[in-house]
Design a binder for this molecule. Structure first.
Ligand code: NDP
Length: 329
């Protein structure tokens, strides 16, 4: 069994040396436990925060211990009556080839319904984040104009498509390369721009001449500032993430225009996907239906080998992914 440990805490951008590949024995299950051979593991932006020793909504990773995170795999040993060898389960012990866990920490999924990777992307946590953030938190209504940042990423690409499927009038996305912008147009975004091409405020004004009703924020900083300027009266912002500052060593300078929130009566609302399990059923029904009908696309960028998980994670922070960044273990 090979697993990735946290060797040291980063200051600013993480580097390969913050991680260590460690070999251990394949574990054997105790009563009530299972061993899962991981097939895919997820690397996610929130893991950057967990590398720091700070109090947050998830505890920090411990030094010299394996990292963890979403994973899916096949049960290879079970001492729990409710889980059989051969079952496919979703669980929280990624960053290793073999996971030992209590059966209560695993959720059985049907590998015949969707590819295993989809349970970590479109049908999993990022999908629910997009769905709940757009429809519950921002309460998008048909006809509205929606802007989403990190739009070619896992959450963002689904936000834009779900907005169109739910009747948005105009959907705008920003992303970090010309190829990503092209992909957004192919996915049905009405407008898309590369945020490197000029100030976000100007690109957004050109893309949304009549203003915005909803901004789904994955980035923070100048993106949030530009959106606050572009939002119409009673506009709403779902604050999902602020990836532009996850590796920053100084506090962000933007948004400098927060006082506009008053006159425009804006709502800025942060959220965590874990509070939205109440919409999971409608989410799965809607998304599975759209996938079946060919109306929803999802991209995955797959890196092979547990030894390359740190590189996949660092690549995610640098924007090397189109859609969901995954490691095939
Ligand atoms: P993505 O697949 O979107 O990957 C992250 C992307 O962020 C990169 O591909 C990169 O794309 C972009 N990015 C990196 N740095 C910057 C920057 N300085 N400015 C603009 N874009 C940048 O990741 P996810 O879909 O998993 O997550 C998207 C956001 O949602 C993150 O902020 C994450 O923390 C948040 N999140 C929040 C959840 C919640 O419960 N609140 C749950 C899940 C995710 P590019 O090439 O375009 O720069």
């Amino acid at each position: 069994n090979r697993e990735i440990h946290l060797a040291s805490r980063p200051s600013g951008w993480p580097v390969e040396e913050n991680f260590r590949l460690v070999e251990t024995d394949v574990p054997t299950p105790g009563p009530g436990q299972i061993v899962v051979r991981n097939q895919y593991m997820s690397v996610d932006p929130y893991m950057r925060g967990r590398m720091d020793d700070v109090k947050s909504y998830v505890p920090p990773y411990a030094l010299d211990a394996p990292l963890d995170g979403g994973a899916i795999g096949e049960v290879v040993a079970s001492e729990a009556p409710e889980v059989a060898v051969g079952d496919t389960v979703l669980h929280g012990l990624g960053w290793r080839e073999y996971a030992l866990l209590d059966a209560t920490g695993a959720r059985k999924v049907d590998p015949a319904l969707a590819p295993a990777s989809a349970y970590l992307s479109v049908l999993g946590m990022p999908g629910l984040t997009a769905y709940a953030g757009l429809l519950e938190v921002a309460a998008m209504k048909p006809g509205e104009t929606v802007f989403v940042s990190a739009a070619a990423g896992s959450v963002g690409s689904l936000v834009g498509q779900i907005a169109k499927l739910k009747g948005a009038g105009r959907v705008i996305g920003s992303a970090g390369s010309a190829a990503k912008v092209e992909r957004l147009r192919a996915l049905g975004f009405d407008a898309a721009f590369d945020y490197h091409d000029g100030p976000v405020r100007e690109s957004l004004r050109a893309a949304a001449p009549d203003g915005l009703d909803v901004y789904f924020d994955n980035v923070g900083g100048d993106h949030l500032e530009a959106a606050i300027s572009a939002l119409n009266v009673h506009g709403r912002v779902a604050i999902c993430g602020m990836i532009a500052q996850y590796n920053a060593t100084e506090p962000p300078a933007a948004p400098r225009n927060l006082s506009l929130v008053i006159g425009k009566r804006l709502t800025l609302r942060g959220f965590l996907v874990r509070d939205h399990n109440n919409v999971r059923e409608t989410f799965v029904r809607d998304v599975a239906g759209w996938l079946r009908e060919g109306r929803l696309s999802y991209d995955e960028t797959v890196v092979d080998g547990i030894e390359n998980a740190p590189a996949a994670f660092l690549g995610l922070l640098r924007g090397e992914n189109l859609g969901k960044m995954l490691v095939r273990v």
